[in-house]
Design a protein around this ligand. Structure first.
Ligand SMILES: Nc1ncnc2c1ncn2[C@@H]1O[C@H](COP(=O)(O)OP(=O)(O)OP(=O)(O)O)[C@@H](O)[C@H]1O
Length: 266
């Protein structure tokens, strides 16, 4: 696949919004996700992150605006929670086949790609939070989706696990060239891996590169104290320069943040 095809837009939302029972849940959302791009939705509880993701994936129809998906788009979804009966014995191998028929080599390859092939026969109940998330990633990626939707991918994972999972997200993006739509509450790690942050509060409150968003007055107003914490963490490992408006000075088309080493949290 050539570079032009990789930049193809997978999903485009223009002025999209949802009204339910006379209440506007979210409105005026403009959003595109191209191949190889990571877009992260942030915002307080109830700000419309899940609703926007559902609009993008087609689970919800827009009450206003338009949503366009590339024809035949394959979407892989990593849910926030999985409704399984935790009292029944269930191995990773079995979990991988609950929602589709895949061969053993396919399952092994998917687990290998996320670094948990050794857990093939392990009971799901005994996995750590990070291991379980990786298995969920494998379950979504085995379908070779064009777009991967991650709902709170680092929930229940400690900080070093978080960093490792975001590393994995970047790796998945780099190797599969899928687009990635993430829902997150946590800006400081999100920022390390994401191309575009969209901050919601019933509407698009602010958007842009992570550094542009973290410096925007709207974001700071919305997140208050939490924003200043994120700011400190974010700047810890960076040696790049910023424009006056907070955008990162780049020579070239993109910038990569290396957050996977040197963190110390004690
Ligand atoms: N089907 C629905 N009918 C009516 N209201 C809904 C529906 N789904 C969500 N809402 C409301 O829409 C608003 C946005 O919800 P949404 O789940 O998109 O927020 P969120 O940003 O994902 O929140 P959280 O961080 O708590 O998961 C909330 O006030 C929620 O109560």
């Amino acid at each position: 696949m050539d570079a032009v095809a990789k930049k193809e837009n997978l999903i485009t939302l223009v002025g999209a919004g949802v009204v339910r029972g006379g209440r506007t849940l979210v409105s005026g959302v403009d959003l595109t996700i191209a191949r190889g791009e990571i877009v992260t939705l942030i915002g307080p509880n109830g700000s419309g992150k899940s609703t926007t993701a559902k609009l993008a994936t087609g689970v919800l129809k827009p009450s206003m605006g338009t949503v366009t998906r590339r024809p035949g788009l394959r979407i892989g979804y990593v849910p926030q929670k999985l409704n399984i009966d935790w009292t029944l014995p269930l191995t990773v191998e079995r979990l991988m086949t609950l929602t589709g028929h895949f061969s053993s080599p396919e399952i092994m390859a998917a687990l290998e790609a996320v670094g948990v092939a050794r857990l093939l026969k392990a009971p799901v109940q005994e996995l750590s939070g990070g291991e379980f998330q990786r298995v969920l990633f494998a379950r979504a990626m085995i379908r070779q989706p064009d777009l991967l939707v991650l709902d709170e991918p680092v929930q229940g994972v400690d900080f070093s696990g978080e960093v490792a999972l975001y590393e994995l997200v970047r790796q998945i993006r780099d190797t599969s060239h899928s687009g990635i739509l993430m829902i997150s509450h946590d800006l400081h790690v999100v920022m390390a891996e994401t191309d575009t942050v969209i901050c919601l509060n019933g509407h698009v409150c602010c958007r842009g590169t992570p550094s542009a968003v973290q410096n925007s007055p709207e974001y700071l107003r919305l997140f208050g104290e939490r924003a200043s914490g994120a700011l400190a963490l974010y700047q810890h490992h960076h040696d790049h320069e910023h424009h006056d408006d907070g955008c990162v000075v780049v020579d070239g088309h993109s910038h990569t943040h290396e957050h996977h080493e040197g963190h110390s949290h004690g």
